[in-house]
Design a protein around this ligand. Structure first.
Ligand code: TZP
Ligand code: MG
Length: 212
């Protein structure tokens, strides 16, 4: 199974300013994004599948991973590489029954206890956040921040993807503090030049990892 690491882009059409999913995704992949998560909370199942098919084709061609948020059924239908679950979604073991050993299961965690439990349940990676306050998701937990990231890094061996309010200026420090990858929504699209932004994130993550 491919390990999750590096620059992890999460989709959210609300912030594309008229640019298409294909255009944004093409720039991400050309810029070095290694994983894309399909997360479009307002789409119905058919629409989600349609968007997912575009992402599946493009990620496959680029050798990047496709992860589906929440929906194990949609992940199977798309032949995605895995799913990302929240603490209130389908439990990891139930998702594993459906997906088998060959697919990636990630789960959002917010403290050491949740991170340890994710490891016990067989998660393949954990999301850790929010790193900063973010307006992108309305029901976020309190900020975990870099201090919380360091505590969780000490506690578990799983790949860690930091998330929430991450800006380019944070990327090197978060990677140096133990994040294997960074999951970003707005920080990857709030620019005219998405390709350059993605490249800059990738370089910052590499610099941070070299400091570990
Ligand atoms: N989960 C925790 S924070 C968050 C999600 C999906 C939103 C991340 O978006 P942004 O724009 O990178 O803060
Ligand atoms: Mg969820």
């Amino acid at each position: 199974m491919k390990q999750i690491h590096g620059l992890y882009a999460i989709t959210d059409r609300r912030f594309y300013r008229g640019r298409s999913l294909e255009e944004v995704t093409g720039d991400w992949l050309a810029g070095g994004v290694t994983c894309i998560q399909l997360r479009e909370k307002d789409l119905n199942t058919r629409e989600l599948l349609e968007a997912g098919r575009v992402l599946r084709r493009m990620t496959r061609e680029a050798g990047a991973l496709l992860i589906v948020n929440d929906r194990v059924d949609v992940a199977v239908a798309l032949e995605a590489d895995g799913v990302h679950l929240g603490q209130e979604d389908l439990p990891i073991r139930a998702a594993r029954e459906i997906l088998g050993e060959g697919r990636i299961i990630g789960i959002s965690t917010h403290n050491v206890e949740e991170a340890r439990e994710a490891a016990i349940q067989g998660a393949n990676y954990i999301g850790v956040g929010p790193m900063r306050a973010t307006a992108t998701k309305t029901d976020t937990k309190p900020v975990v921040g870099i201090a919380g990231l360091r505590r969780i890094r000490q506690a578990v061996d799983l790949p860690i993807i930091a998330i929430g309010g991450i800006r380019l200026e944070d990327a090197e420090e978060l990677a140096a503090a133990g994040a294997d990858g960074l999951a970003v929504i707005r920080g990857l699209v709030d620019t005219e030049d998405i390709l350059e932004r993605a490249k800059a994130f990738v370089q910052a993550i590499l610099r941070g990892r070299q400091r570990r």
